[in-house]
Design a protein around this ligand. Structure first.
Ligand code: PLP
Length: 434
């Protein structure tokens, strides 16, 4: 498989180069030069295959030439080593629970796959890879855990001091080994600025093999297709494919679902569920595509005003609005509606959602209300306990801590404090990786 830049000003590359570079030199996103087809018979018989076989079959064409079969098999096995159940909420609505991984959010899947690919490529080059990443909270935890103890790879995470939740901070700062947390006495934007500056510092990048674990990286984007296939494996009524509703922010997750659908995955329709950040909702309802400044909401992992993966969706549909809008629609859900949905579904169905899942559930309910006889599932992208400060007051009870969280809250935080000053970051990196 070759990957081309959507800006069309850089040469095509293989999976390995696309993963190592993250973004093309012309700042475009990488996109596969063809979309593999999975035969209908495979989807008809999917229950016969193990989860690892399904992931392997799906991803093999994408990594052709970069990963030998036995490496890919090992990597997918380590990527999905936790359950991904499709739980019934009520007769016509199911929840695809993507929060059973180490950091209780779906980003674990992409982060685990990418980290192991990078680890393999680093071993091939016999050079240490340093992943430099800025986080506002969630991504950093998934990346840190994903890379934890992967040989040949170090992670340096920058996070804004005092601006991440206590659980998130523990997830970033208590791992140790190859994971190093830099606590920046500034904002998330400062952290991002520092990381950007490091990547353009030629003196530094000539000495240290730096890479980003950015969410646009193909090695994070492509493996997200896996769980759409695992949902289909668990879908009972094969004669009536599901409506799939995805809580969306940067649109990487839903773009992976649409890609799997293009390869043959059965689905009746896709819905992008958004919070008040509704650039795509407006566009799909016939408006102009107008990026905005992000507004803060309760489902803060989706507070994105200019979703970077949307160009991949446009590419997938050849920039034809007609064919895109047949497959994909979108709804925007307010914070008030999010809270009401969490409470109502908890009381009526005995099912607890996090704010992101609640946005997805309500958007799905509305669609099904207008399309009688259909059924579907939404992606529950995070465990409700990650957003206990929103969820607990709404339902009036405490959410028990899952063991993965319980075991880290008592650990000692280990971070290195720096000012939002590039000299301090550069000195730290040089000192550690001279
Ligand atoms: C990142 C994230 C999202 C949004 O996913 P995108 O791929 O950016 O659309 C939704 N929910 C949670 C909990 C997230 O962490």
């Amino acid at each position: 498989m070759r990957y081309f830049s959507l800006n069309k000003q850089s040469p095509d590359v293989g999976f390995k180069e696309a993963t190592l570079q993250g973004q093309a030199p012309d700042k475009g996103l990488y996109f596969p030069d063809h979309i593999p087809v999975i035969e209908k018979e495979y989807f008809d018989k999917i229950e016969q295959y193990s989860n690892e076989d399904i992931a392997f079959r799906l991803l093999k064409p994408y990594v052709e030439g970069a990963l030998p079969d036995e490496e890919l098999a090992r990597i997918v096995g380590e990527t999905i080593n936790f359950p991904i159940p499709l739980e019934k909420v009520r007769e016509d609505i199911y929840s695809l629970e993507l929060f059973h991984g180490p950091t209780l959010a779906f980003k674990d899947v992409g982060a685990r796959f990418m980290s192991r690919c990078l680890g393999y490529f680093a071993r091939e080059r016999s050079e240490r890879v340093v992943v430099l990443v800025a986080t506002s909270g969630d991504t950093g935890g998934a990346v840190a855990h994903g890379f934890y103890d992967v040989p040949g790879v170090d992670v340096v995470i920058l996070y804004p001091s005092g601006k991440v939740s206590s659980v998130q901070e523990k997830q970033l700062t208590t791992l140790g080994k190859n994971i190093h947390a830099l606590e920046v006495t500034g904002s998330f934007d400062d952290c991002q600025q520092l990381v950007k500056q490091a990547f353009t510092d030629a003196a530094l990048t000539s000495r240290i093999f730096l890479t980003s674990a950015n969410s646009i990286n193909v090695a994070r984007w492509l493996p997200q297709q896996i769980y759409y296939l695992l949902a289909w494996k668990q879908w009972k009524e094969k004669e009536q494919p599901p409506v799939i509703c995805v809580p969306s922010g940067n649109f990487g997750n839903i773009c992976a679902g649409l890609l799997a659908h293009r390869s043959g995955l059965p689905a009746s329709h896709f819905i992008a569920a958004c919070n008040a950040n509704d650039v795509v909702t407006r566009y799909l309802q016939g408006g102009d595509y107008q990026p905005q400044k992000a507004v803060p909401t309760l489902s803060n992992a989706m507070d994105v005003g200019n979703p970077s993966n949307f160009v991949r969706i446009l590419e997938l549909f050849n920039h034809e609005f007609g064919s895109l809008s047949k497959v994909l629609s979108s709804a925007s859900i307010s914070d008030e509606e999010t809270k009401q949905t969490i409470r109502r579904v908890f009381e009526q169905d005995g099912y607890l959602t996090d704010p992101h899942g609640a946005v997805g559930l309500l958007a799905l309910e509305r669609y099904l209300g207008e399309h009688q006889g259909q059924r579907g599932f939404f992606l529950e992208t995070a465990h409700p306990v990650k957003f206990y400060d929103v969820v607990e007051p709404v339902i009036g009870t405490a959410i028990p801590l899952p063991p993965a969280v319980q075991s880290i809250v008592d650990l000692e935080k280990q971070s290195h404090v720096i000012a939002p000053d590039y000299e301090e970051l550069s000195a730290y990196l040089r000192g550690r990786y001279h």
